[in-house]
Write a protein that binds this ligand. Sequence first.
Ligand code: PLP
Length: 388
Amino acid sequence: MSTTELSAPFIHVASPTVDEDDVKAVADVLLSGRLSAGPVATEFERRFAEYVGVEHAVTVNSGTAALHAALAAMGIQPGDEVIVPAMTFFSTATAVIHQGGVPVFCDISLDNFCMSPEDMRQRITPRTRAVIPVHYFGHAAEMDEINAIANEHDLVVIEDCAQSHSTLYKGAMTGSLGHLGAFSFFATKHMTSAEGGMVTTDNADYAGYMRSFRSHGMEGRDDHVILGYNYRISEPAAALGLSQLKRLDVFNEGRIRASEAVIERICDIPWLTVPKVPNHVKHTYFWCHIMVDEDCLGMKTQALIERLRDKGIETRNRYVEPLYRQPLLTRNVPPILRLVAGDNLPDYSAMNLPNAERAAGRVIGLPNRPDLTLFEIERIADVLHSFG
Ligand SMILES: *Cc1c(COP(=O)(O)O)cnc(C)c1O
């Protein structure tokens, strides 16, 4: 390494967003003596519903719990098939198993890395009850097509919005486009409550069901009327979430500005593909994601990541395999899944979806912190231009 490289500051992909206002909001709640979900959690729900443009929002303690609650509210039954994209965080699929459903994987589109509507249609069987489009990396799935196919077949649509807080599709916010939307406030997401989640919906019955589902299936003080869980958010977490929600637009503007500045400077590089954003989508760049053409670059993606690290540039790289290759599904199928699927258990290890296979491991996230400096942006572009 040369001395100039040694002295160049390391460029991180993300930076902490918690500020003094967040700390004060949490401290106030901690000192109030009310630690379980209370008025602040209710206010968080109200403000979040308003923000997304839906009637109801229901807090839970993770994005995975949000997906599970949404599936339960829609009455997904043992053996019901739920179509999920093969490229997403694994819990989009495990939430289906938690509810006794059978995850069926469909391919992604390489235009937006989200569920391919055409391939989703191919996966529908008489047992299909729901689809979970994921707004991957902050891009929006093609919801009009997905909703139209779902309508035709009477399927429930649950949007996985864990990576798309305030992403717009044809002017409407993700989370308002299906029957329900599931959000995560895990530490790395657009906004955080440390751990936490939210389900959005216009339907009062679904919202009521989920309020009971998240709290031991209780109705009133003593009656347990449905099979519930303890999926409640804590009041301090809700305070952090509410405080962060007030700055979500600022976070997103910064992330979009940084991503667009990087993309503008690298879009002519032949070995990489920058995000394609159609006019009807406002991408919020959970990741500034590029796909690597390894043949054109003459290098494996892992080698590229190491070279970038040596040059002081941090990247993210997920997910390295399509979900149907996860050990849980190939070697260690949960008994509940075997039981509910019976003869209809998909042969996950035999699956091979072409676009998922092409994208797996070859998508990297470049630094897109809201506070990325012009110097850092130029440096990322210069280093990328020096390869290939
Ligand atoms: C983060 C994430 C989840 C899970 O959220 P948790 O809060 O970690 O449970 C689900 N789906 C996607 C697409 C995610 O990125």
